[in-house]
Design a protein around this ligand. Structure first.
Ligand code: SER
Length: 612
């Protein structure tokens, strides 16, 4: 079964069960300040999981492109990658555990669907702790389903999980079977995960006994059903949620690996043409390097197609790191300068029909990739010399200081990870903590850029909500002062500041900046009401509301929320399609200040602003 057939079957299965199929959102989250990239299918749905009505209804399904960086060091083994596609289904306060688990099992094992033999499937459930009880309900549902398939499903001892016990259902604690918000508070709950037994022999270096969550590679985690039934309060208590949601995620690459009976994801049809190209072009063979190059170039192509460009900050830094790492491993394989760009058409050919943005951005992807490789080359050899000098000057017990590592980054474009890898190869370490101290001092940035970002829900604190409303006011003020050509290209909010990217050909003058600031502050002083109306996409369009989601959701035919600032008598200051939340009066914002205006790409400006 090809990757493309798996995608189709999944969407068909859930469509037949009353789900609206929603398109993949961008890899760049539009309204979630807690993450740099979309890391799960649930990300674009955060406002709806928090209770906003979704225009598609209460049952949704999607194939979502995702990026996760936390496993970057693992890429090269049989199952880790940095870009992946997640097949997901959601219930927004509609069905709960019974239907979710039954459907997961039916889709995995049904002859018409994936047809994986039930006896190869093992599951995990939440074991219970002081905050929430053991998930007995999921256990009962699984036992019933296994029973129907003629399999007696016993529950493993949570303290001593061992596949040798013959158990099917494995209880684990929060570290494995709980999905919660990246922030401190918000909706969360137990999950149940499905694993496929590959039949490989257990590797005892991972522990004496094998069990589904063992990392030795025998069991492949394929699907995760999350039951969002609690809310974690600021006091650290877990309260039952009034609206219970379901959020599931099935990894496409892993499903393909199992169904195509491959030992690794790189041999599936989702990767094979990329690997074939690499093997043919390479002078040397090295399986790990080949996989790293394949994974990283694929990820870079998708990031570039979604408008990320290599820089030294945030997302741009991650992309830079990915490209430079691909180039470096490419060199180990004997690739010449700019040869890697030859992979771009291979990736586009492979994914272009599902993700048309790849083909439409072809030129840009190629140019940016080549430009970044050139930049890297210019400093690589000088940087390597500098690194060797540093490595030789310290004795074998010493580590490269954070300051030196930062200097390599700042002057020679060496991502920290590259310095760390080169050091490891020479039996040394790097003071990473000190590197980040230097990094933050110089960039005023957070560790987020290091790839320390988990999936999870945004918590809508008061600060974030105020900045969310301030973003609408800024957007409108920019249009009023610079012209209607201004359109939103990106938005990111943390508790401390808003960041807004928009199209505009020149740098803003100091006068324009002052005017925009003054206009937003006037609206704040007038203490205008902020409320929303639900409208059909056609109605929203006729009110001239601005908004990102318009095109995407129009096809679903459901209602949209339009946030209105001001009142009808005097005319609304701003109308914008958005999931919210927002303050109720502009006076709550205090005072608005633009702290920075800069270029992010040709024709795209970025404003950072605060409310105090
Ligand atoms: N959010 C959950 C995950 O990422 C289920 O989709 O695993």
């Amino acid at each position: 079964m090809t990757g493309s057939e798996i995608r189709k079957k999944f969407l068909q299965f859930f469509k037949e069960r009353g789900h609206a199929i929603i398109p993949s959102a961008s890899l760049v989250p539009e309204n979630d300040p807690t993450v740099l990239f979309t890391t799960a299918g649930m990300h674009p749905l955060v406002p709806y999981l928090l209770g906003e009505p979704h225009p598609g209804g209460k049952r949704l399904a999607s194939v979502q492109k995702c990026v996760r960086m936390q496993d970057i060091d693992e890429v090269g083994d049989n199952r880790h990658d940095t870009f992946f596609e997640m097949l997901g289904n959601w219930s927004l306060g509609d069905y709960f555990k019974k239907e979710t688990i039954e459907w997961s099992f039916e889709f995995l094992t049904g002859k018409k669907w994936l047809g994986i033999p039930a006896e190869k499937i093992y599951v995990s459930v939440f074991a219970g702790d002081d905050d929430a009880p053991k998930d007995e309900e999921s256990i009962r549902i699984w036992q019933e389903l296994y029973g129907r398939a003629g399999i007696k499903a016993t529950v493993a001892d949570a303290k001593k999980p061992d596949i040798g016990s013959g158990a099917r259902i494995y209880p684990y604690g929060k570290e494995k079977n709980w999905w919660g918000p990246a922030g401190e508070t918000g909706p969360c709950g137990p999950d149940t995960e499905m694993f496929v037994d590959t039949g490989q022999r257990h590797d005892p270096s991972f522990g004496a006994a094998c069990h589904p969550a063992c990392d030795c590679g025998r069991f492949i985690e394929i699907w995760n059903d999350v039951f969002m039934e609690y809310r974690k309060t600021a006091q650290g208590k877990f309260e039952p949620l009034p609206q219970k949601n379901v959020d599931t995620g099935l990894g496409l690459e892993r499903a393909a690996m199992i169904l195509q009976k491959k030992e690794d994801i790189f041999s599936t049809d989702l990767f094979a043409p990329i690997l074939d190209w690499i093997k043919k072009a390479a002078k040397n063979s090295d399986a790990r390097a080949e996989r790293i190059v394949a994974d990283h170039v694929r990820t870079a192509v998708f990031m570039l197609a979604d408008g990320v460009v290599p820089t030294n900050l945030d997302r741009g830094y991650i992309l830079r790191r990915i490209i430079r790492r691909a180039v470096r491993y490419g060199r180990n394989l004997g690739f010449k300068s700019l040869e890697l760009a030859g992979l771009v058409p291979v990736v586009i050919e492979l994914y272009g029909d599902v993700y048309p943005e790849l083909a439409s951005q072809r030129e840009k992807i190629l140019n940016e990739l080549k430009k970044e490789e050139k930049k890297f080359e210019q400093t690589l050899s000088r940087g390597l010399r500098e690194f060797e000098r540093l490595a030789e000057s310290s004795s074998a017990t010493e580590i490269i200081s954070g300051k030196d590592a930062f200097n390599l980054f700042q002057s020679y474009g060496f991502p920290l990870e590259m310095t760390a890898e080169l050091s490891r190869e020479r039996g040394r370490g790097v003071d990473e903590k000190e590197f980040w101290k230097n990094f933050e001092e110089h960039q005023g940035k957070s560790r987020a850029a290091a790839g320390v970002f988990k999936g999870g829900l945004a918590d809508h604190t008061a600060e974030v909500t105020r900045l969310h409303t301030a973003t609408h006011l800024l957007h409108r003020a920019l249009k009023n002062i610079l012209g209607e050509h201004v359109t939103q290209k990106g938005s990111n909010i943390t508790a401390d500041r808003l960041r807004f990217d928009f199209s505009h050909p020149q740098k803003m003058t100091p006068d324009q900046i002052a005017e925009v600031e003054a206009m937003v502050n006037r609206v704040i002083q007038e203490d205008l009401p902020v409320r929303f109306e639900e409208m059909t996409p056609a109605e929203a369009k006729s009110t001239d509301a601005v908004g990102y989601f318009q095109d995407k959701y129009a096809q679903l035919g459901g209602n949209l929320k339009v946030y209105l600032v001001g009142n009808e008598q005097r005319g609304y200051f701003s109308k914008e399609i958005c999931g919210g939340p927002h303050v109720t009066h502009t006076g709550e914002l205090g005072s608005f200040k633009i702290v920075k205006e800069e270029a992010v790409a040709a024709g795209i400006r970025r404003i950072k602003a605060v409310v105090v």
